[in-house]
Write a protein that binds this ligand. Sequence first.
Ligand SMILES: [Zn+2]
Length: 84
Amino acid sequence: MANGIEALANLTGLPESEVQRIADEVRANLARLNACGAHTFVRIEPAPPTRPKYRCEACGGAVDHHAYRWYALGLEHARGGAQS
Ligand SMILES: [Zn+2]
């Protein structure tokens, strides 16, 4: 992992400590999402209108609008809703 951190630091120009902090944050977010039994996402405000993000009120994990959209659609389909 250290080599990956170094490579990303070189690629982005960010200090390795910052790249490591972001990687730790992403890993912790995924762990929260994976451990959650049923997400209840709410939109995080303020957010840019073209790139909204959502946070689960149950686990605290956050997702982008693509993940939110597919999760919401999956719930709708599971309920037998519209096949859109
Ligand atoms: Zn959740």
